[in-house]
Design a binder for this molecule. Structure first.
Ligand SMILES: *Cc1c(COP(=O)(O)O)cnc(C)c1O
Length: 393
């Protein structure tokens, strides 16, 4: 403590400071959807159902147990958690991978950042196909990786031949494919993913002092659990493509967005490259405990997924049966827990009108479209009533 009698060092306090901000970050704002306090939140694709009391009790007990060891660093390789995640994938998709082929981080956003840190970088290119998840260009920017945006078709599907041609043209080291895609909800058929993986194997990414490497294909299945019956997971392609990584998250179907746990399944070679770039102890003991407790209740946490899929299909049908200014509304086919619909001359006005009625949706995707997340039946009724009023459907 400084006593008043002690002589004070005269510090020169500058009135303004010019920081050495990286030029590609100059003037940028942090990413994020508006977090507004309104009754009906349908803007960030969360699961509307909170964990049950039983799940909460297990999480609390496991966190208490972990707390007793918080003087120590956590398990750096978290193989127990990776084994639990592998067990879950086997049940969910029928594809069994060993724990060593699973990786996890604080949200699948961090998993994908690890992929760009391991396989991107200066002089290299990351490729995706727009419209798609708005975070992808940010992973590229933050790892000084060149960003190339290919195009999806007008119905948001991906033409396999065109995609392969784009891959060959740009020779990326990382290809990011969201399936089901955000914000469109479009899932990719396995033939398309396989064609892109084949083309990626032929790419020659220079590696100074070594043989060139192929391109890595990342299929982001953040919404995988919501896919419609008959839509396979890219996990089924894992044993054929050592350059494929399939990313998942506990944020959406698992109703655990607040826990921050994302993961992927891939070849051992890919996982080993990710272990090099992760910060030591990046996954806290508390996070590991929460995730394992939740995985022990996966059936209960995923119980509402079928209801949400049915509500999604009903929302698509309802929107398709509506007319806006004399034309039927356009509604993208969705394998996710949200629906992209439009097109509105002034989508911001529609968004604001819904917000004024307590319903928050998202202004995202090509001009004229809005995205609504699937909520509870009551929330969807509030959304539909508000939309009828605002858009005069
Ligand atoms: C929501 C979302 C994620 C999940 O992010 P987390 O970091 O796991 O919460 C990943 N990819 C896409 C396309 C998403 O929409």
């Amino acid at each position: 403590m400084t006593s008043p009698t002690e002589p004070q060092t005269a510090a020169r306090v500058p009135s303004a400071v010019r920081l050495p901000v990286r030029p590609e970050h100059a003037g940028l704002e942090p990413y994020g959807a508006p977090q507004l306090d309104v009754p009906v939140l349908l803007n960030v694709n969360e699961n509307p159902y909170a964990p049950s009391d039983e799940v909460v009790a297990t999480i609390a007990a496991e966190v208490a147990a972990a707390a007793r060891g918080l003087n120590r660093y956590p398990d750096r390789d978290f193989l127990d958690l990776r084994a639990d995640l592998a067990d879950f994938l086997a049940v969910e998709s029928g594809v069994r991978v060993p724990a060593e082929q699973v990786w996890a981080a604080n949200g699948s956003n961090e998993v994908m950042l690890h992929l760009l840190q391991a396989f991107g970088g200066p002089g290299r290119t990351a490729l995706s196909f727009a419209p798609t998840y708005s975070m992808y260009p940010e992973y590229a920017r933050d790892t000084a990786t060149r960003w190339v945006e290919g195009r999806r078709e007008d119905d948001f599907t991906l033409d396999a031949d065109a995609a392969v041609a784009t891959v060959r043209e740009h020779a990326p080291s990382v290809i990011l494919l969201a399936s089901p895609n955000n914000p469109t909800g479009t899932a990719l058929p396995p033939e398309t993913v396989a064609a892109i993986c084949e083309a990626a194997l032929e790419i020659e990414v220079p590696v100074p002092g070594a043989e060139p490497g192929c391109a890595v294909v990342v299929v982001d299945e953040a919404y995988g659990e919501f896919r419609r019956a008959g839509t396979p997971s890219a996990l089924e392609l894992l044993d054929r493509y050592p350059n494929l990584a399939v990313s998942r998250t506990m944020s959406k179907a698992f109703a655990l967005a607040g826990a921050r746990l994302g993961y992927l399944a891939a070849s051992r070679e890919i996982v080993d490259a990710l272990r090099v770039v992760r910060l030591p102890y990046h996954l806290s003991a508390v996070t590991q405990a929460v995730a394992r407790a939740a995985l022990a209740h996966s059936a209960s946490l995923l119980a509402q997924v079928d209801a949400l899929r049915a509500e999604r299909d009903a929302t698509v049908d309802w929107l398709r049966a509506r007319r806006y200014q004399g034309r039927p509304l356009e509604v993208a086919a969705s394998d996710a827990n949200f629906v992209l619909f439009g097109r509105f001359d002034d989508r911001t006005a529609i968004w604001q009108g819904l917000l004024d009625r307590g319903v928050l949706v998202r202004v995202v995707g090509p001009d004229g479209w809005l995205r609504v997340s699937i909520g509870t039946p009551e929330e969807m009724t509030a959304f539909k009533d508000a939309l009828v009023e605002v858009a005069g459907l």
